[in-house]
Design a protein around this ligand. Sequence first.
Ligand code: G3P
Ligand code: CA
Length: 338
Amino acid sequence: MKSSKPVLFIFLIAVIGLYGCYQSSKTTQKMILTPKKIVIAHRGASGYLPEHTLPAKAMAYAMQPDYLEQDLVLSKDNIPIVIHDIHLETVTDVARQFPERKRTDGRYYVIDFNYEELKQLNVTERFNPKTGKAVFKNRFPLWKSHFTLHSLQDEIEMIQGLNKSTGKNIGIYPEIKEPGFHRKEGKDISKIVLKILSEYGYTTKEDNCILQCFDAQELKRIRQELQSQLFLVQLIEYKEEETHLKEFAAYADGIGPYFKQLIKKVDSDGTIVFTSFVNDCHQLGLVVHAYTFRADQLGGMPTFEALLDAGFNKANLDGVFTDFPDKAVSFLRRQESK
Ligand code: G3P
Ligand code: CA
């Protein structure tokens, strides 16, 4: 009778081999994808204090998100200012202080002012300059206290200082705003920002800095021409852009979509059905950080908890941009402790 030992041996080798492949595919996936779900403080703790002010960033830091976001626009003297718009009149009193400096389109541009002038402006909660009314009526009151604009360097120094004094390691998540507009004004915002990031120690994917941009050509240029080794996130806002995932995967590490664009339909019982977008990204090794989760703008969801659950669990996002980092951090902590 033939011994069954060789067959058993081959079977065992096959099982060990398959297990090894499984483990290694898990390891590979872990190396490519963010190991845990993350919270990005969108413009700081902007649900509580005027967006992109240092107090809003300090408050956000204390809430312990994974990253603080910085939208960046250049001043006339090439200082990256932390501000969402290329215009000033939606969050400052520029129209009162410098009425003669508006362009023919009636708008005041960050790029027309030098840093010292920008520092003189009073910053307030986002408002509609036509009506003077706040965009989010239950947030920090308009024109109260005293807030100012600041540079990228100021914010990095505060975050790195807090990392030292608290022993934590919270990252930065800068966004290059409107590179095409800057180019038309004769400025290369990406080059300037990359140089500053490098001076502060942010050069590789391990340096706790994620660089984002809506302009795909520019983000590709950042990787290929400017040779950045940072973790790059391609922001998108239109359905059509979803068809370019493979091109994005050639230079980016993640995608930042508008959360609503991931929704395929909402059933009559309120169940949200998501598209395959997040899964498609994961298949390509891309993480997905969606924007913007707001407790005072629920988009039809019954509660903020339900919105976070939809994002983190149903849609399987790797991270969310939120104006309320405390709520998202506590949501994840509660979920992890279950
Ligand atoms: O950058 C991601 C998120 O901030 C969405 O864009 O318009 O708020 O800068 P925005
Ligand atoms: Ca942004």
